[in-house]
Write a protein that binds this ligand. Structure first.
Ligand SMILES: CC(C)(COP(=O)(O)OP(=O)(O)OC[C@H]1O[C@@H](n2cnc3c(N)ncnc32)[C@H](O)[C@@H]1OP(=O)(O)O)[C@@H](O)C(=O)NCCC(=O)NCCS
Length: 378
């Protein structure tokens, strides 16, 4: 009989090998293929980061150009998909919309179930390219605005903001959005990435694996926290109300959204990148109050609970950033999807390249030898 370790929530268990991202939670380090996230955010682009994650090396100029051109060439939706989207209820949450539409893309693929690595990679490219179009189309449809077709000459970040707002974004806005995409692209074996790997390990298809991952990400303990952060910032009337609001919540044992992380126990390096970005954007767009409240919350939390290893996470400042970019609250988590589709797909490819079916065990804690009681005696 083999001995097995039980860890609730699989905490501390190594369940996969990956060459994509490295995290040292105690030191607050995140690297993509060895490159610190701060370096990529400062000098790289989202397209370059996706290439890095999928190929485990940075592209040269020509490689990046052809990779980007290929990605941008797939941004249009297959015939029939727009009609499907326009038939959805307008009040649907965009997370349910994107989950449904990524799943629906499988029906426009002649061979959706292929697990051949080259074919899966090509599918990943098409899905990643089309996801921003799905979100932008749905948002304009529900706002009663005409749909704006994607432009293959724009970058991933520019194109999404263009399709959403109807104008090519300023360089600063596109750069801010690009950095959000870079910092959210991959993050070790987080819950949704694990979900994607678990699903593909049955040799199911990439559409099913990504659909499952989106379902996982939607939860408020994972990608859904940035909506909670924004609601909290709106709920706090002024800067002076921050301290009593936060301390009151902590006293009632309520969680402060955008704080704490299963892995990072000193700081979340993605949060530092986003904090700088949020400050700049808030000042450019007249939202300084949001940044100031956020900064004050961080200060209060620092005194109250930092000793427990609870710090601002990636969601905390991404909320202010997205708000300043003009995104509606319910588009915040879908932005996480747009970026993380790249990480999930990379993990799906990695899993398929060296697959072993995930099949952990449960520790049975129920009774044994229980009597089967006849119906009339229960
Ligand atoms: C992300 C999260 C689930 C990780 O939690 P975890 O590693 O499982 O840690 P736990 O939930 O067991 O919390 C450990 C302690 O810290 C406290 N804590 C953790 N996150 C907290 C938060 N955001 N606000 C207040 N207290 C928090 C817990 O209440 C617990 O305190 P206790 O020991 O007195 O009971 C958790 O921090 C959380 O719910 N954060 C808010 C949601 C969020 O921002 N999620 C996005 C993650 S990127």
């Amino acid at each position: 009989m083999t001995t097995a370790t039980f860890a609730k929530g699989l905490e501390g268990i190594i369940a996969s090998e990956t060459e994509m991202s490295f995290i040292d939670g105690q030191a607050g380090i995140l690297e993509y293929v060895g490159i610190p996230i701060g370096e990529l955010a400062a000098h790289g682009t989202f397209e370059e980061s996706v290439y890095l994650l999928w190929n485990r090396r940075l592209p040269n100029k020509g490689e990046l150009e052809s990779f980007s051109a290929e990605l941008h060439s797939y941004t249009g939706l297959p015939a029939g998909m727009s009609g499907r989207l326009l038939a959805l209820p307008m009040q649907a949450h965009p997370m349910h919309v994107i989950r449904t539409m990524i799943s629906a893309l499988s029906m426009h693929d002649e061979d959706p179930n292929s697990v051949d690595l080259d074919e899966v990679r090509a599918k990943a490219m098409r899905i990643l390219a089309r996801a921003p179009t799905i979100v932008a189309f749905f948002d304009r449809y529900r706002r009663g605005l005409p749909l704006i077709e994607p432009r293959a000459d724009l970058s991933f970040a520019q194109n999404f903001l263009y399709m959403l707002n109807g104008e090519v974004p300023t360089e600063a806005m596109a750069r801010a959005f690009d950095i959000c995409m870079i910092t959210h692209a991959d993050h070790g074996l987080n819950n949704s990435t694990f979900a994607a790997r678990v699903i593909i390990s049955t040799l199911s298809d990439i559409y099913s694996a990504l659909t499952g991952a989106i379902g996982s990400l939607r939860g408020p303990l994972h990608g859904g926290a940035n909506e909670g952060v924004m609601k909290m910032l709106w709920e706090i009337p002024t800067l002076n109300d921050v301290e009593p609001f936060i301390l009151g919540k902590l006293e009632r044992k309520e969680k402060i959204m955008g704080f704490g992380h299963r892995v990072y126990k000193s700081h979340d390096p993605r949060a530092s990148e986003l904090k700088t970005l949020a400050k700049q954007l808030a000042s450019d767009t007249g939202n300084t109050d949001l940044y100031e409240k956020s900064s004050k919350i961080e200060e209060v939390m620092g005194t109250a609970v930092a000793a427990k290893g609870i710090y601002a996470n990636v969601d905390f400042y991404s909320a202010t950033t997205y708000h300043c970019l003009g995104l509606k609250l319910d588009l915040f988590t879908p932005m996480f999807v747009l970026a993380r589709l790249s990480g999930w797909s990379g993990h799906i490819l990695e899993q398929l390249a060296d697959n072993r079916l995930y099949r952990p065990k449960a520790q049975y804690v129920g009774p044994h030898d229980a009597p089967y009681v006849p119906m009339d005696q229960r």
